[in-house]
Design a protein around this ligand. Structure first.
Ligand code: SF4
Length: 382
């Protein structure tokens, strides 16, 4: 089972309640960003490009709890920045667990092993470890040699200590589907509960803008990766979202499904774009002109987007909107043979081996004056 039954039940009953209440726009997962500081400087991200005074600012536990209560979702994802750099992260996580929220604390796991003792295993808590592929690919993706080995040590330590551990893998142009499939084997062998894979965000602040996947390339790559699945692979994304990535389903974006809250407030309209901020979740719902977003809107910023935070909630909503949606979803669990695809196997067999340049290590942090950088490095070491 990709998630505990209690979690599946909580989420299903929450969504049904929203449907019965006739709520057209409801949130599913809160993306809570309590800080932007990080101990990596990945080429496909850009959070650490904020000025130093922003990087040094954290949401307090009280601010986090207020946002969680305001939004009301059963699941809270904590991306960042690197959450383990937040000095009060154990308090924030404990507070969310006490509120019976299913928490996915996203981490690059560089500090996971050494900070594990600050957390308590719970069915409500999962460490979602960022691992972009096998050793060479991950190190290249996060611009840090040795990053993969440290993260895998963290994964194994957390699994051994009885924590739920999941992974998230972000793919960019140049990813090798055969290697990604071998990566899935490695992760399941390491004892992770389930995995998530999605295409890289076209994030405006990312230093490397040349390797985000277009839609056609994404679909081809995800079809090669996610067809003909091994029996032991477990994914924690909705099966119809996987099919959307493979080009077998078409969903419009529901950006309100996974709203983002950070030190700036409620981000308009989604995790990727920054078209302003709202002070309250209700203000976010009321003030965004939602028809201006998503592929159908013609907004060029949305044209290539297949991102999880915009489209998985669409798949979940479809699942609960009709008997057809329910059956479409159930079939994916009952008949694994639906993923058999001879064409996809051919794609895999013929996929060219990726040629890579040398790893370029980007120094952290990338912001501010020399003195600010020194201060931030000190914070990151804590
Ligand atoms: S399509 Fe992507 S960029 Fe556009 S609103 Fe949705 S999640 Fe944001």
């Amino acid at each position: 089972m990709a998630v505990p039954i209690s979690q599946a039940w909580t989420v299903a009953s929450y969504v049904l309640k929203q449907k019965l209440a006739g709520r057209k726009r409801y949130p599913l997962v809160l993306m809570l960003e309590p800080l932007f500081r990080c101990n990596l400087a990945c080429a496909g991200c850009g959070k650490i490009q904020y000025p130093a005074h922003i990087l040094k600012t954290d949401l307090t536990p009280e601010e986090c709890f207020r946002a969680v209560e305001e939004c009301g979702t059963p699941m809270v994802s904590i991306p960042g920045g690197e959450p383990l750099l937040h000095p009060q992260m154990p308090e924030i996580v404990a507070g969310l667990v006490a509120r019976k929220k299913y928490v996915y604390m996203c981490t690059n796991a560089l500090l996971l092993k050494q900070k594990l003792h600050l957390f308590t295993p719970s069915k409500y808590l999962s460490f979602s470890v960022h691992l972009d592929g096998q050793r060479e690919h991950h190190d290249l993706s996060v611009c840090r040699e040795g990053g993969y080995d440290i993260a895998m040590e963290g994964v194994k330590a957390a699994v051994a200590a009885g924590f739920r551990v999941t992974t998230n893998t972000t793919l960019f142009d140049g990813a090798d589907p055969n290697s990604v499939r071998a990566h899935f084997d490695d992760l399941m062998a390491a004892g992770v509960e389930s995995m998530m894979v999605s295409p890289g965000y076209t994030y405006e602040k990312a230093p490397d803008q040349n390797h985000f996947l277009g839609k056609a390339r994404s679909r081809r790559m995800f079809r090669a990766i996610l067809s003909n699945r091994k029996k032991n692979w477990q994914f924690n994304t909705h099966p119809l979202f996987s099919e959307f990535l493979m080009g077998k389903q078409n969903f419009e974006c529901t950006p309100w499904g996974m709203p983002t809250y950070s030190i700036f407030g409620w981000q308009k309209p989604c995790y990727l774009l920054q078209d302003g901020y709202a002070d309250t979740f209700q203000e976010l719902l009321d003030s965004v002109e939602w028809e201006n977003y998503g592929a159908k809107s013609g907004n060029p910023k949305c044209a290539n987007c297949m991102v999880h935070s915009g489209h998985e909630a669409s798949a979940v909503d479809y699942n609960f909107s009709s008997l057809k949606g329910f059956w479409e979803t159930a079939k994916r669990y009952i008949f694994p043979s639906l993923y058999e695809d001879a064409e996809a196997q051919k794609l895999l067999n013929e996929w060219p081996k990726t040629q890579r340049g040398p790893l370029v290590q980007i120094a952290t942090p990338v912001a501010g004056t020399k003195q600010e950088a020194a201060e931030l490095q000190e914070v990151a070491r804590d």
